[in-house]
Design a protein around this ligand. Sequence first.
Ligand SMILES: Nc1ncnc2c1ncn2[C@@H]1O[C@H](COP(=O)(O)OP(=O)(O)OP(=O)(O)O)[C@@H](O)[C@H]1O
Length: 259
Amino acid sequence: MTQLSPALVSLRDVTKVFSNGVTALAGFNLDVVAGEFVSLLGPSGCGKSTVLRLIAGLAQPTEGSITWPGATGADHRGEIGFVFQDPTLMPWSSVADNVWLPLRLRGVSKRDARDRIAESLALVGLSDFAKAYPRELSGGMRMRVSIARALSLKPRLLLMDEPFAALDEIARFRLNDDLLRLQGELRCTVVFVTHSVYESAYLSSRVAIMSGRPGRIVAEVRGERRAERPKDFRAGARYAELSGRISRILLEQAPEERP
Ligand SMILES: Nc1ncnc2c1ncn2[C@@H]1O[C@H](COP(=O)(O)OP(=O)(O)OP(=O)(O)O)[C@@H](O)[C@H]1O
């Protein structure tokens, strides 16, 4: 397929072997173009989180390269936000102070960060909860704080590792819609790890399906790029068709279960 803009980040022939001898990835190739919403889907343990950690610079590839052809600043890593499955909030700090953390670590005073904190909380619909503590919030709200914290650095690239896996279906659906809206407003790029075929079909402009370990991309399914879904999208033929296609490819990658 012809690619019009240079990739924001490009992973070429990446192999990752851990010190315990586990080869998590081999021959892994992925180009992420600015503005995309790419989901990584694959069997358990195929290396999805490892891909995010490599992109974030939290781990180094054993072989292969990771380059940033489309990055503007010299320090592209400063433009990355990371959201984990667990919101990992500081329980002793208010919502506002949790959102302040990445800026604080960069030496920004709370006074100077005030507008940015307020803006980030507004984006996730939590303006009224700045003074609340994590224990006072629902699981969905805690995840919103975690997203606001990642957004406080105004990232161009948001890496999300199964962020909604622990939430109930309704909270998850709401956050799916909010995330699409946010991505549209902020014009950021998202690489999203999920176990859910349906979530990937709903959110993604592209679903990259991985083989079992050592992981590499074996197929890609294109969705539409849009900031919001019609209200009845989940009841429609397009969603069913996308989910069906993704499920079939994924099943081919999963080893047979033995009794
Ligand atoms: N720091 C590490 N040291 C050794 N092995 C590791 C390390 N991190 C991950 N692994 C191993 O590498 C493989 C890939 O792990 P990774 O977490 O990337 O997979 P995943 O696809 O995200 O898994 P899951 O779907 O279960 O969340 C697994 O076998 C895991 O045990």
